[in-house]
Write a protein of this length. Structure first.
Length: 152
């Protein structure tokens, strides 16, 4: 599983909006500075998030970006899908749509299981969870095994 820089930046920008006081619009420059995201890249990402229904924009002196829905209703998966598309695909295809030759069919099940694991974490965690600084118990439990923190 590879997380793109765009998805990482999108999640950081959305988290910054979730943490904004009173849901007030936040200027692009503020988000970029707070999260150390290149401004031009952030502008494109915010456009994709707007198109994906994650954020809204308001024009004018008091304008900026804000979440389109409450942070409790926006999962990390919503953000990732808005900028990168499906959570898991194999060569551009959904795992459940793959067809393998005899003897390799079990790979389809592996890819579906990988997608299911991603969904459990990314759909089971909201922007509000991150803004509160606490992961849902099912997600936090995945951090407990010592080998979770070990690179391989």
């Amino acid at each position: 599983m590879r997380i793109s820089a765009k998805a990482d930046y999108a999640l950081r920008a959305a988290l910054e909006l979730a943490r904004a006081a009173g849901g007030e619009p936040v200027k692009t420059e503020q988000i970029a500075a707070a999260q150390e995201i290149p401004l031009r890249f952030l502008e494109n990402i915010l456009g994709e998030l707007r198109h994906g229904g994650v954020v809204e924009s308001r024009r004018g002196a008091e304008g900026g970006y804000m979440l389109a829905r409450p942070a409790t209703e926006l999962s990390l998966a919503d953000v990732v899908r808005a900028v990168d598309g499906p959570l898991a695909n194999v060569s551009g295809s959904r795992p459940d749509a793959l067809r393998y030759p005899e003897g390799a069919e079990v790979l389809r099940e592996v890819w579906v299981a990988v997608r299911s694991s991603l969904r459990e974490v990314l759909e089971g965690t909201t922007l509000a969870d991150l803004a509160d600084g606490e992961l849902p118990p099912r997600v936090a439990a995945r951090l407990e095994p010592e080998d979770a923190w070990q690179p391989r």
